[in-house]
Design a protein around this ligand. Structure first.
Ligand SMILES: C[S@@+](CC[C@H](N)C(=O)[O-])C[C@H]1O[C@@H](n2cnc3c(N)ncnc32)[C@H](O)[C@@H]1O
Length: 330
């Protein structure tokens, strides 16, 4: 019986996820924050049916994302920053598109054929999803990134460090280094659409004077030897796959100065690849969304570090679900 209940919970996991995504897609949290508090008012604002909206809002209430009193809905105290679109901490950007839902719906076919649903490592597919994803990642990763900067600066890298943020997205992993020291210089590398987003975050964080941009594909961008005190690979190795990641780590090692650090922020499965579930399920996300992507264990990274002449990696916990692996150039 316990097993059947567990199985039932797993199988019905689609429903809460879908309810919250539809909440974001229709913008209901923002509408409620703006004062449309009955199902009729929200339905009108969202060009939706009143019956459907009442059921959606009740479901969100049952999931404790809304509260309901006398047929009027309100946000749960403290949730406004994450749920309301105008907030800098809004996490809905990646959830209001249907990309992940549609892509995961293709899992059976993807497993059967081994062919991905999208190839997010290509510029055209990347442009369809990453500009939204990286806005949400900025919110999730900013505090862990500040922790990383506090850990490395100035004890492990100097206050005038030159930092390369590869596949920078919103530049969330490197901006805190520039905020922590006005002498730090950042090189931000990504495709053009993502760099446009990065530029807006660099302006928001008021570090424009410390930043240069490198637009292009990380696979074909020449990196200058012995230039950087720190190179950051934030949530990019998993979409590259083993061969490309090994090559990228070698190129990064050459681009580091002696004593420089390589910081890899990613999901690390255990050696048997049996957990943690977050990491192992993410491997499937890469199967669905990339040609070669996967998650890699610490010993796989350590082999690549050794091949590139770097030290063995040290794991650093930056948040309850965020870990960095740090290696150094001797
Ligand atoms: C998952 S996001 C991570 C962004 C950021 N590092 C973070 O951790 O929030 C992946 C980023 O890699 C970029 N990217 C993917 N493939 C790339 C490639 N071949 N060349 C350059 N950038 C790439 C995407 O545009 C996107 O901004």
């Amino acid at each position: 019986m316990v097993f059947l209940e567990k199985l039932d919970d797993l199988l019905k996991g689609y429903a809460p996820a879908r309810v919250v995504m539809t909440g974001f897609e229709l913008g209901v949290f923002t509408m409620i924050a703006e004062g449309k508090t009955t199902a009729e008012e929200v339905a009108r604002a969202a060009a939706s049916s009143t019956r459907g909206m009442r059921m959606l809002l009740d479901a969100l209430t049952s999931l404790e994302l809304l509260q309901k009193h006398n047929d009027r809905y309100q946000l749960v105290p403290g949730s406004e920053a994450a749920l309301v679109k105008s907030s800098p901490q809004y996490i809905g950007s990646m959830w209001e598109t249907n990309h992940l839902w549609s892509a995961w719906s293709a899992l059976t076919q993807v497993v059967r054929t081994g062919k991905p649903y999208t190839r997010l490592e290509t510029e055209s597919d990347a442009a369809r999803f990453f500009p939204m994803l990286i806005r949400s990642l900025h919110v999730y990763n900013l505090e862990p990134a500040r922790k990383l900067a506090g850990l490395l600066l100035p004890s492990q890298i100097p206050p005038d460090s030159r930092v390369l943020d590869v596949a920078c997205g919103s530049a969330v992993w490197s901006i805190p280094f520039a905020e922590a020291s006005s002498e730090v210089r950042l090189d931000l590398l990504d495709f053009g659409d993502a760099l446009a987003v990065a530029r807006s975050y660099v302006e928001r964080h008021k570090v424009d004077a410390q930043v240069s941009y490198i637009q292009g594909d990380l696979k074909h961008t020449d990196l200058e030897n012995d230039r950087y005190h720190l190179i950051i690979l934030g949530n990019i190795v998993h979409s590259e796959g083993a061969a490309s990641s090994r090559d990228l780590i070698q190129r990064c090692a050459r681009a580091l100065r002696s004593g420089g650090k390589l910081a890899i922020i990613d999901l690390f499965p255990n050696e048997e690849r049996t957990g943690p579930p977050r990491a192992v399920l993410f491997a499937l996300n890469m199967l669905i969304n990339t040609s070669e992507g996967d998650v890699f264990s610490v010993s796989e990274y350590n082999q690549w570090f050794e091949d590139a002449g770097l030290s063995e990696g040290t794991l650093v916990q930056l948040g309850s679900t965020t870990t960095a692996l740090l290696a150094a150039k001797p």
